[in-house]
Design a protein around this ligand. Structure first.
Ligand code: F6P
Length: 489
């Protein structure tokens, strides 16, 4: 193979522009391609990216799982540095080669906010909000996907492996295969994959399915998502073969469920630290020493069911089935995609409702709902998990939901009750949670009330079984399983 050096550019490219194959001098035999790099700028994302004072590893299980694999194998990561405008050149961080992909402000709006988060995100989450279909957003999606594909093509060693992640990059596999037919290519979707009835609404359904069919292995959170994909691959792209081993374009494609998990040991270490126990007790005191502390921790996203959960809590207080002061709720809403209108509207609704509930049931200096619109350092979050008697995870739709697994992993004391939506992927493994349909308002109220009053022995039994499930399959097992499938292909 001839190797030429290619510098990453930022100008947008139309759907029909040719892809440019190129290989850079520092080749890696395993390359992760994800929307974001696994680092963030120190001192805040608003800082101009070229004048950053340095990078720190982003929190999260995915980075924790892949970083050791990448550093052990001269691995690389291709992704967006988190700030629109020019991107820095490649740099090394904790044993990984990082290759930033630049996004112009207009691309950020059309590719990220538009096609990724106002078209695909709602469509893939049961169309909880109406997806918007716009040709200019699609053009940006194609242009940005081709930039990621070119970058991956340029940095991967001959016969290397590339693992592409998530809905923002579904065209990358086929684009990359055209550029580098020698590579093994895997794709993992972190969010749900919709049933054909919904997916067929997408004007670019054929292109997306063909994009994904560029892989050797495609993984989903749940078996039903894998089945949806195989049905669509047959219907839209004429794939043949078995559902788990499709045949397309003379190649065999493995389709499977690879449910993601968390770094159980990392959570356990923090949970077991005496500082966490002290902090958990302090948090409870600061919250007015309630009999029952209920907790919600979510990105502020309309898929998470935060509003329905708050309404259920409000009505339980109104019905006097829960007592204000005895029961206190903490809701952490991590800021997310705030410039997308559906997210801004959701924030307004939630904050109005929190005000309403506290206006109705709070006392001077003693709100019944403590609401924070910010992210917390992970050790503080683990202390909150330890402080909370009842954890409310009630999304309307969620690919997996790692908060539910973190809560379970943090309860090394064996206590705590998890209320979990049936529509979170995690409900398959955490079937001993109190499962609930969040659309069923009375059912949700009933389940929250049952959680508050659950017999402690029954609660411990359920927690024991959930902890065993989480320990059985952590994020390292998940990564090893997917890479095993990819390399064994
Ligand atoms: O779950 C899908 C996902 O893209 C995650 O990978 C990510 O952590 C989260 O949603 C938030 O996404 P972002 O802030 O990049 O839009």
């Amino acid at each position: 193979m001839t190797l030429t050096i290619q510098v990453d550019g930022m100008g947008s490219r139309s759907a029909s522009s040719p892809l440019r194959p190129a290989v850079e001098p520092a080749f890696s035999d395993l390359v992760v391609v994800a929307n974001r790099l696994p680092v963030k700028q120190k001192g805040g994302a608003e800082r101009p990216v070229l004048r950053t004072i340095g990078w720190e590893t982003s929190p999260g299980g995915l980075v924790g799982a892949l970083a050791p694999v990448l550093s052990a194998r001269t691995g690389a990561w291709v992704g967006w540095p988190g700030c629109s405008g020019p991107a820095p050149g490649p740099f090394d961080h904790e044993g990984m080669h990082l290759h930033p992909v630049a996004l112009a402000r207009s691309e950020y709006e059309a590719f990220y906010e538009g096609f990724s988060n106002a078209t695909l995100w709602p469509l893939y989450h049961d169309a909880i909000r109406a997806p918007e279909f716009r040709a200019d957003w699609w053009d940006a999606y194609v242009a940005v996907n081709s930039r990621y594909a070119e970058r991956a093509a340029a940095v991967t060693a001959i016969n290397g492996s590339v693992w592409v992640h998530d809905y923002q990059l579904q065209l990358v596999p086929a684009m990359l295969r055209r550029l580098r037919p020698d590579l093994r290519i895997g794709f993992f979707l972190h969010i749900p994959f919709p049933p054909p009835e919904l997916f067929m609404h997408l004007p670019w359904r054929h292109e997306i399915i063909e994009g994904l069919l560029g892989v050797d292995v495609v993984g989903f959170q749940e078996p039903v998502a894998a089945q949806n994909f195989s049905r669509l691959a047959r219907r839209v792209a004429g794939a043949t073969g078995a559902a788990k081993h499709l045949l397309h374009g003379g190649r065999r494609i493995e389709v499977g469920a690879f449910p993601i998990s968390i770094d159980v040991d990392a959570v356990t270490r923090i949970a077991g630290n005496p500082i966490t126990t002290v902090r958990a007790a302090e948090l409870r005191r600061n919250l007015g020493a309630p009999t029952t502390l209920l907790l919600g921790v979510d990105r502020l996203d309309y898929t998470k069911g935060i509003e329905l959960r708050l309404r259920a809590f409000q009505e339980l207080l109104r019905d006097r089935r829960l007592k204000p002061g005895e029961c206190v709720m903490v809701q952490i809403a991590v800021p997310s995609r705030g410039e997308v209108s559906s997210y801004a509207e959701e924030r307004e609704r939630i904050e109005r409702l929190v005000g309403e509930i506290n206006g109705e049931f709070g006392q001077m200096g003693r709100p019944v709902v403590h609401y924070l619109h910010r992210s917390l350092p992970f050790p503080e979050l683990v202390a909150l998990y330890r402080a909370a008697d009842v954890m409310l995870v009630t999304p309307l739709r969620d690919g997996m939901n790692l908060v539910s697994k973190e809560y379970v992993a943090a309860r090394t004391d064996g206590a705590g009750v998890l209320v979990l939506s049936e529509f979170a992927g995690a409900s398959r493994e955490l079937s001993s949670a109190l499962l609930v349909n969040p659309h069923d308002h009375e059912g949700l109220k009933h389940t929250i009330e049952a959680a508050v009053n659950l017999d402690p022995l029954e609660a411990r039994k359920r927690m024991r079984s959930m902890r065993a499930a989480v320990r059985r399959h952590d994020v390292h097992a998940w990564a090893a399983e997917f890479l095993g499938a990819l390399n064994g292909h």
